[in-house]
Design a protein around this ligand. Structure first.
Ligand code: HEC
Length: 161
């Protein structure tokens, strides 16, 4: 029981019980983790588990979306243009506004999504990560957060069962 005691207890409380955080040297996308902590964790929590009533977990759908063409587009659109309108994740409703992050460059957005998908969400390692070009492709068609919400249904329909 070398890991018990106050420090171990603090670690358990800090990480929460639903998700296990990777140590910094185990991260595949450390730069993405830095952006996530600065710009996303206030709503989605450092583990990506979300905040009930405010922001959904990002470890449920994004690791699945990355495996399909419509899902990959959905991920890029969500960070570029934000999203609003009711969504359901793990049987909980969320209906608050995801801000847009179009001011961040393509490589930064691809890396923060890869951190969500692979480091926090544990998508299979053989799935192709997103790259700057995947983000850049969505900058050509500017849409609003309601359209991003509507496209989310298309992305979900395209997921393997
Ligand atoms: C102000 C709070 C807030 C911040 C900051 C924020 N988000 Fe969100 N995010 C939301 C909300 C709210 C939704 C759901 C919107 C809805 O209900 O339509 C969401 C949805 C998402 C989704 C879609 C999940 C799904 O199941 O479709 C992704 C991916 C995402 N956010 C990633 C990020 C990333 C990456 C960042 C940082 C660059 C970020 N978010 C910053 C509030 C936030």
């Amino acid at each position: 029981m070398a890991r018990s005691g106050p420090a171990g207890l603090f670690l358990v409380l800090a990480l929460g019980v639903t998700s296990v955080a990777l140590a910094d040297d185990e991260l595949r996308y450390p730069d993405g983790a830095t952006t996530f902590k600065a710009s996303c964790a206030v709503c989605h929590r450092p583990t990506g588990a979300g905040t009930p009533g405010l922001a959904p977990p990002v470890i449920v759908y994004p690791p699945r979306f990355v495996g399909t063409p419509d899902g990959r587009r959905q991920l890029a659109m969500t960070v570029l243009y934000g999203m609003y309108g009711d969504i359901v994740v793990d049987e909980r409703h969320y209906n608050f506004k995801m801000p847009e992050f179009a001011q961040l460059d393509d490589a930064t957005l691809a890396t923060v999504l890869n951190h969500v998908i692979f480091d926090l969400g544990h998508a299979p390692a053989d799935v192709q990560p997103l790259d700057a070009a995947a983000i850049a492709a969505e900058r050509n068609t500017v849409v609003d957060g309601a359209a991003v919400r509507a496209h989310r249904n298309v992305a979900i329909e395209g997921l393997p069962q």
